[in-house]
Structures are given as C-alpha cells and as structure tokens.
Design a binder for this molecule. Structure first.
Ligand SMILES: *Cc1c(COP(=O)(O)O)cnc(C)c1O
Length: 455
C-alpha cells in the first residue's frame, strides 16, 4: 500500500492531510464525512489547489515582457461554480461548443474573455458566439472561415479571429488520441501545404473578419516541452512571412494548453511556473528573431489547472476472489464517471479511505458497469478490502466528469468543493427523474414500487 509520503503527496490536493486515525481530509474536511453526507461516488474539488495552480501560471507569465492572459479550457471540467471561481482569479474560458459557451455566459463570464475553439463549429454555434460577443473565434479550417465570413457579413458584425495553425509537430510522449499538432490531424490550417497562408490572405480580403493572431495546440498530457518550442518557432517563421507578403502582424498568440500532470507517484511532474515561463521565453525569442512585436500571450491550460485538485470517492461493494488469479474489488462508480482508463489506458492509483497498518493485498479495482473494460486500476494495493470501505482515486479533476455518461442509466455523481473547512455543493447528483426527463412518451403509473427521486 502507498504510504502517505512525499511521493504520494504529489498526486493529492495541496490541502490533503492525514489524521491520527489514518483518515484523509481535504480543505479541512474529512473525506469520510463528505462521503456520508453526500453519498458516493462523490467528486471533491480542493479550491486552494485550483487557486494555487492559477497563481503558479501567473508567476510564470510574469516573466513575459508583453501582456499575457490565462484561459481555462472548459472541456477539462465544466461547472458554473468553477467558471465563476476562475473568472474571479482573472481567467477567461476556452469553449468548444454552444453548451460550454452557454454555461460560461450563464456563469457571468464576460464575452470578451471567451475563446471559441472547435474543428466543426455549427452555423448555430457561430451565430451564438457572435451574439454573445465572444472575444476570439479560433477558426480551424477553410470551410469554417468561409462560413464565419458569410454569417458575420450577413449580420453586419466583425468577428475577431485567430487562425489555428497546424505546425506539423508531434509530441511523442503522449497517447496518439491526445496528439493534435501533426500534419495528419483534423485540427488546424497546415502551414506546410499553404492552407494557412491562403487563410491569412482570405482574412485580409474580408472586412467582416479581423485577424488578431495565431493559435496552436499540439496535444495534451505532454511532459517534454521541446515540441512546443519547435511549434512556436514554426508559427513565428510563418507569421514573419505573412507580414512580409500581406503586411499582417499578429497582435496575439497562443501556444494552447496540454501541460502534463502526474496521475501516479511514479509519473514525471512539471513545475507550472517554470513551464509557463519557458513558453513565454520561447515566444519572446521567436518574436525577437523575426523582428515581430511581442504579441499578447495566451496560455490555455485545462488539465494542469484542475486535475490534481479533484478526487473521486467510491464505496467498495462486491469483492470477488479468484484464487491464484486475481481479486476484483468492485466500486459504486467506474467508466460512467471515469472512462479514461478504458478509453486510452490511463493509469491511476487507488488509496484506501483509511491508511492502516493492516497489510495490503494487490487487487484490481473495477466499476459496476457492464463492460469487461470497466476497470479503474489494474494493480492497486488495498488493505483487505471489504464491502463498505471507502476508496479514493486522486487526480480525478480533469476529463473524468467531463466525459461522464449515463451508461447503464448511471446517475452522474455529485460534486462538492472544499475550502478552509467549508463545503459547497457545486453540482447535485443526478436523480432517477433526471433520467426520464427527456422521455416524451407517457408511461402508465407504476404501482407497487415507489422510487424515491432523490439519491
Ligand atoms: C483541450 C485543449 C486545451 C487544454 O488542454 P489540456 O491538456 O487540458 O491543458 C487547450 N486548448 C485547446 C485548443 C484545446 O483543444
């Protein structure tokens, strides 16, 4: 079993503490208490860890000689409370759908602070973006560029545009599904094929489009930053060519998000301040090399802002021992709330709700859903797990709930945030009635069994 040591602390929220009984608390609240109060599965966010990550990025960006902004990639985890917290920290929100735009707008984030991404934005989404005054529309391809120009022209509006460049750079230390910067990708205007240049020239000829700058995003869960440097250099070489040929000087630039976080104590770890400072320095160096003015720099972290701040709490149910083969420990959640292990082999650790001196055994922690691939952790160490035990999956703050589904008609978990001993319910657990909310066919009154619509 993992000891509560400095290695383990790297994958826990900043405020995680172990009490004399071996029980974990976060944000001043014992996890066992939260599990009893809100039920399991439960997702818990430590507000202090999120604020500290924002501050770490800000310190790194302070090294940049020009102006800089932080934009949170909403797709990592979207909630009104989180958007408000981040807006309070001075961040903008990166959206990739009308749903995310709507939620950010509803949360009160000013349109000017919204950035709209996506490789196939619908006409209705572009219209919505123009209506709520989205600050930056990141155009992904030629088809979209023409569509946006037509819509903006028809509505008599001017769209503030970044072009998403495909720099032809591939980060190798991440899963293929998380790479986006190589030429063979659905994302971005390839520099290599001349597509990006034709997009610049198109923008110049269209008065409804105001080209503010360039964007790139090479992938996610990246630890080796060298591909960023390469991509930044290619983007600035391109920008200099566009200045020379069309007189276009980018006022803004974003190298995207994608910084990796450790999920297990054995994974590497990036210092966010250093990483941000590094990116800032490379942008500065590239601008200097091509004699371009320093653009306003935008970083767009998702995972690195929220992953470690969040953890998932589950309750153990069935324990199945197959002698000489394996012990399966089933919990009350799984792939419906965290599909990452099944989707791309993401590795997690599982911690016991209570650290004890009891000797640990190696087990496989599985979910309750009807797929053999519904495994959370293949090799976990738990002290003789039994029904009713609490278990914890750390680093569950990004791309877990964001990808959660109602598979098997599972109800999505509640989300609470903790800060200085206070607990806030950010999102309630879905109810049985939520599951039939979209059903349009009347059903006969069921007699006999009364389902409580509550948890
Ligand atoms: C997903 C995404 C991000 C955030 O990526 P993380 O790995 O979560 O930091 C940033 N920018 C764009 C365009 C994205 O698609």
């Amino acid at each position: 079993m993992r000891k509560f040591d400095t290695e383990l602390v790297r994958v826990l929220p900043d405020t995680a503490r172990m009490d004399a009984n071996g029980q974990l608390s976060v944000g001043g609240r014992p996890l066992a208490e939260l599990a009893s109060e809100f039920g399991t599965p439960l997702y818990i966010y430590d507000v202090a860890t999120i604020r500290a990550a924002c501050a770490a990025f800000r310190r790194g960006l302070a090294q940049y000689s020009g102006e800089a902004s932080l934009i949170y990639a909403a797709k990592a985890y979207a909630s009104v409370a989180l958007f408000q917290l981040l807006a309070q920290e001075g961040l903008g929100i990166d959206c990739v759908s009308d749903g995310e735009l709507f939620m950010a707008h509803y949360a009160g984030v000013p349109g000017e602070r919204l950035v709209f991404h996506g490789n196939n934005k619908l006409e209705s989404e572009l219209e919505l973006a123009l209506r709520i005054g989205v600050g930056r529309l990141v155009v992904d391809n030629r088809d979209e560029l023409e569509l946006l120009a037509a819509i903006a022209t028809a509505e008599g509006k001017t769209a503030a545009v970044w072009l998403r460049l495909n720099p032809g750079v591939e980060p190798h230390d991440t899963h293929a599904y998380r790479r986006t910067g190589q030429l063979d990708s659905k994302f971005g205007f390839p520099i290599e094929t001349g597509d990006a240049e034709r997009a610049v020239s198109f923008c110049q000829s269209c008065s409804a489009l105001r080209l503010l700058g360039y964007h790139l995003h090479i992938g996610s869960q990246i630890f080796d930053l060298a591909p960023y440097r390469e991509a930044i250099e290619r983007a600035f070489a391109f920008a200099a060519r566009m200045r020379d040929r069309y007189g276009v000087v980018p006022r803004e630039f974003s190298p995207g998000g994608g910084l990796g976080v450790p999920y297990t104590p054995d994974d590497p770890m990036l210092d966010l301040t250093q990483a941000a400072a590094m990116l800032a320095e490379w942008v500065q160096a590239a601008a200097r090399a091509w004699n371009l003015p320093l653009p306003r720099l935008y970083l767009e972290p998702g995972r690195s802002l929220v992953a470690r701040a969040g953890l998932a709490l589950y309750r153990v149910g069935a324990v199945k021992r197959i002698p000489g083969v394996r012990t399966y420990v089933a919990v009350d959640g799984g792939m419906a709330d965290n599909i990452r292990p099944a989707l791309y082999g993401a590795r997690y650790v599982v911690l016991p709700g209570r650290f004890t001196e009891r000797s640990a055994e190696q087990v496989t922690v599985v979910g309750k859903y009807c797929e053999s691939g519904d495994v959370l952790v293949w090799e976990a160490w738990l002290p003789t797990p039994q029904r009713g035990d609490l278990v914890i999956v750390p680093v569950a703050g990004a791309y877990c709930l964001a990808m959660a589904s109602n598979y098997n008609l599972a109800r999505r978990p509640a989300v609470v945030a903790v800060e200085d001993g206070r607990v806030m319910l950010w999102q309630r657990r879905e109810t049985l009635t939520d599951l039939i909310a979209r059903e349009m066919v009347a059903a006969p009154k069921v007699t006999g069994i009364e389902f409580s619509p509550c948890p």
